[in-house]
Ligand binder design. Structure first.
Ligand code: NAI
Ligand code: A1CAB
Length: 278
């Protein structure tokens, strides 16, 4: 089998095709890793059922379809965390599940143990992607469950590599990952919006401000990745003695920007850890 062809041999269900579920389906289709025939999805409302079926051209259901379940190898669980165990119980109760298969869950805070307890014969992989997956610029961290084998991990890697970059870590890091890269895009948007507000305050049009700030963020992030230099070194290269950059940096330090951002990640990690118990 060619590299990247594993998913085409699979029947994949996306349970909960909301923001993230749809982003993953679109990414896998765009990457040519799945066909419209080998994926199906479930949503909660008839409006989204119709919209997603039309938009993605795949089979979308409101109730769990027994015939489809019977042929499915991999279940990608993308519902809110508090619904995950309920959905797994419903899959089991359908009595249509293959004797073994793979569950990949992207739900924040829902542990591998919770999933393995609900479906003891299934291999489990916990994943934490982020919304830039929609444009295939995502970040995903995968954590293997206790009966996950190499071929299961290959399936999960192919799913998430089709929407961005993938790392594998032990599950104990997943709440921190959720708070850093899972939630991270929201922090960046807030910072982007704040810098654009500053630009507007000093007279720039809002649309230009968004373009200048977002491109600056992209360029700065690429500098970190491409040069391998420490961010503090790159910051110092911008900061001309007696210049304007140091004026801005000291103003930010007066507002305790570093500890505010770092503590925000710490707080989000605490919240993420509790989401699966709701
Ligand atoms: N939004 C984000 O940035 C990220 C979210 N996540 C995780 O992804 C999961 C989904 O988040 P979103 O996509 O933002 O939520 P969402 O609300 O957009 O999607 C949830 C989907 O589940 C469906 N649903 C509800 N009850 C269902 C049921 N009983 N059976 C089947 N489908 C059902 C809804 O119709 C909806 O399509 C959450 O567990 C979240 O922790 C993970 C990484 C990033
Ligand atoms: O806010 C949340 O709970 C989810 C998990 C990571 C991003 N969004």
């Amino acid at each position: 089998m060619e590299n990247g062809e594993t998913l085409k041999q699979q029947r994949i269900a996306v349970i909960g095709a909301g923001v993230m579920g749809c982003a993953l389906i679109k990414g896998m289709l765009a990457a040519g890793r799945i066909t419209r025939d080998n994926v199906w999805a479930v949503v909660a409302t008839s409006n989204s059922q119709k919209r997603i079926a039309e938009e993605l051209g795949i089979r979308v259901y409101r109730d769990l379809p027994v015939d489809e379940i019977a042929q499915t190898d991999t279940f990608l669980i993308c519902t809110k965390p508090y619904r995950v165990v309920q959905v797994l119980d419903q899959l089991k109760a359908s009595k249509a599940l293959k004797p073994s298969g793979l569950v990949v869950s992207i739900a924040a805070g829902t542990t591998i143990k919770q999933i393995e307890t609900a479906l003891p014969n299934y291999a489990v992989i916990r994943a934490m992607p982020n919304t830039p997956s929609l444009i295939r610029a995502g970040v995903t961290v995968l954590a293997a469950g206790s009966h996950s084998q190499d071929d299961h991990m290959l399936v999960a890697q192919e799913i998430f590599q089709s929407v961005g970059k993938v790392w594998q870590l032990d599950e104990r890091h997943l709440d921190a990952v959720t708070a850093v890269s899972g939630s991270g895009p929201a922090y960046i948007y807030l910072i982007l919006e704040s810098l654009a507000d500053g630009a507007v305050k000093v007279g720039l049009p809002r649309d230009i401000a968004f373009q200048l700030v977002s491109q600056t963020m992209l360029g700065a992030a690429m500098m970190v990745q491409d040069t391998g230099k420490h961010p503090a070194t790159l910051k110092d290269e911008v900061t001309t003695p007696a210049g304007c950059t140091i004026s801005a940096l000291l103003t930010m330090e007066d507002g305790r920007i570093r500890s505010t951002l770092a503590r925000a990640v710490e707080e989000a990690t605490r919240t993420a850890a509790g989401l699966g118990n709701a």
